[in-house]
Write a protein that binds this ligand. Sequence first.
Ligand code: GDP
Ligand code: MN
Length: 405
Amino acid sequence: MNIHEYQAKELLKSYGVRIQEGIVADSPESALEAAKGLNEQTGTSWYVIKAQIHAGGRGKGQIKETGSRGVVLAKKQEDVPTKAADILGGTLVTIQTGAEGKKVNKVLIAEDVYYPGASEPKEYYLSILLDRGKGCNVIMASTEGGMDIEEVAEKHPEKIIKEWIDPKFGLQGFQVRKIAFKLGLEGNAFKEMVKFITSLYNAYVGSDSSQFEINPVLKTSDDKILAVDAKVNLDDNALYRHKDLADLRDVAEEDPLEVEAGKSGLNYVKLDGNVGCMVNGAGLAMATMDMIKLSGGEPANFLDVGGGANATTVEAGFRIILQDPNVKAILINVFGGIVRCDRIANGVVEAYRSIGNIPVPIIVRLQGTNAEEGARIIDESGLKVSSAITLKEAAEKVKKALAES
Ligand code: GDP
Ligand code: MN
């Protein structure tokens, strides 16, 4: 699960990680209040207004309606509400959002931390994630902060420092010092970086996260190390033990159909194709999507209804698939292992009747216990539903349905 920058920074701060301070706002008026509050808290008189969306590249991104960038600097407090107004409610397009962009509902009013001083501020890159190949966490760091790290990794892989953490021993002090040393730091900045990485790692482990990306980490002109940006990805499977973090979910950032499917216990991912599919089991769902492609269609979604499919889950699945206007045919592919095919067939017929007129053809392929009886129930239902026993047969029926649509 992704969270917003302002939420991620609060999480980091609670573990002692130094951050660029800020106050979140959802209107030009509250943005001004936030700026005043921040001035009292930190003494700053320059402010950075940052769009809060679940995507990066905001600094270079643009608001469609106003042309404003997603991250802007205000050198006067009275400019904060007008600059916030150019971002709030707008659609921010960045390299990570796709052309349609994302609606901005909140902005973070942050203190300016790039102030002049004894030395130039310098940007670094830090991330922590699970290296699945090595079976342990890895810390990645680079002096090339603030930039597109994928590009650095491609053109200058030697500029990416990696330190793997043995789960038996945890993060060791010498490892942290090695990273700070390789980043070329010394004196107070070195000590600050050691503290920063150590607290950051504690936050990562303590929150059961699956990815942290801090880009940029800033060395201020007076040698403080702090997080200017924070991307935090929490492990969904561990959210049950972090009630407070689970509450940070922002459903406005998620696909509405996926949210609805989640409520019915369905595993749904929307895609761009024209054949809706409803399957029990993730592996069979993947195989079904391949089959749809082979028969000349494109899957409109991934939908795993789980092992215990019944009339209620089938109906919920139908309703979600039908909300997608691109769907020209629906393929239901269920293996009757735990659940019997005749029960699924009855469920499909019941769901069909309950929804009423479904405008697209439905092909039901049932295999396993009581498959023939299931096919008979479908064929005799008098509805616009046809059955298939083999995958090949189902593929041909999908092809035919698409040709006729
Ligand atoms: P992203 O573009 O979505 O990754 O958003 P970031 O939080 O990384 O901010 C983008 C850029 O804004 C940073 O790389 C900085 O160059 C700039 N920025 C962020 N905070 C400040 C600040 O306090 N002062 C100034 N002058 N620039 C800032
Ligand atoms: Mn960033």
